[in-house]
Design a protein around this ligand. Structure first.
Ligand SMILES: Cc1cc2nc3c(=O)[nH]c(=O)nc-3n(C[C@H](O)[C@H](O)[C@H](O)COP(=O)(O)O)c2cc1C
Length: 263
């Protein structure tokens, strides 16, 4: 527990991902409030490099429950927001504003969005998403990110009619938890000493890594390792890093980046 607590910090402290939802619908006022909180997030150059889609169509929810690495709870979420990294809107503004023509007149090179712009738009979208998470939590509405939305780019592009410079950065499922969250059901974090350092990067040595993992290892029954894994590091590698979805994620992002000017 932090030494200072107020209402905002308590909301942050108590949050945990919600994957099982009560049937209670999210009211229009709550939806508006969550969206408003997202819009109030910091945004690079005040450009709002994102678009948010409210996913209301059950057929789309059902589809995402399959394409986002088969996670059935997505289909049952009362409210879903898709945060799209969006440079298209600004490129369209530039076109409307005659920027290309003006560049030609001035003898300047006109450029298309590049890798840095992609990263900036993704950052913008995700920061807005996290504001939505905290706003929802403060209303008693839980949430869960779905990272797998960055997979299957071609399919998502068709499904959501995405233009060239728009990429799905984060999917958020919202709903009231179907049972009360208690501190015991929260997942713990690595100790701060391994994560926060002062001024320059500190690469953890073997002893520090052992101590960092021990904390997790103590809470993870050995019998639950994936087949073939002898320790938690191996388990994590096989379950996440080397899993099919991780390869699909990288393939999908590479495919999307072909649309951006990424030499
Ligand atoms: C980028 C990102 C992607 C995530 N993707 C998924 C996901 O696809 N499915 C899921 O159930 N949880 C997903 N989560 C939730 C994490 O599993 C969760 O935040 C983590 O286990 C810590 O638990 P907590 O949020 O309850 O503290 C994701 C979280 C983040 C930040």
């Amino acid at each position: 527990m932090p030494k200072i607590l107020n209402e905002t910090l308590e909301t942050i402290e108590k949050r945990k991902s919600t994957r099982a939802f009560a049937d209670t619908p999210i009211t229009p006022e709550e939806k508006e409030t969550i969206l408003h909180a997202a819009f109030r997030a910091p945004t690079a150059g005040n450009m709002m490099l994102y678009t948010i889609l409210e996913i209301e169509d059950q057929a789309i929810k059902d589809h995402l429950a399959v394409t986002c690495d088969n996670q059935p709870f997505i289909a049952k979420a009362p409210y879903i927001l898709l945060f799209l990294a969006d440079y298209q809107r600004w490129m369209d503004v530039y076109t409307l504003s005659g920027v290309k023509e003006r560049c030609a007149e001035l003898g300047l090179r006109y450029r298309e969005p590049q890798a840095g712009d992609f990263l900036l738009a993704v950052t913008d979208a995700v920061i807005a998403a996290q504001n939505a998470v905290i706003a929802a939590e403060s209303l008693g509405i839980g949430s869960c990110y779905i990272g797998d939305i960055t997979e299957n780019y071609e399919d998502n592009r068709r499904l959501f009619s995405l233009p060239r410079y728009v990429f799905p950065a984060a999917l958020l499922c919202f709903g009231r938890p179907n049972r009360e969250h208690t501190p015991e059901t929260q997942v713990s974090r690595f100790a701060p000493e391994f994560i926060a350092h002062k001024n320059t990067y500190h690469r953890l040595d073997a002893a520090e890594l052992e101590r960092m993992m021990q904390n997790l290892q103590d809470k993870f029954p050995t019998g639950r390792y994936l087949e073939g894994a002898q320790n938690l590091g191996q388990h994590q590698y096989f379950r996440k890093f080397n899993a099919d979805f991780s390869f699909e994620m990288s393939r999908s992002v590479r495919e999307a980046l072909k649309n951006w000017d990424c030499e």
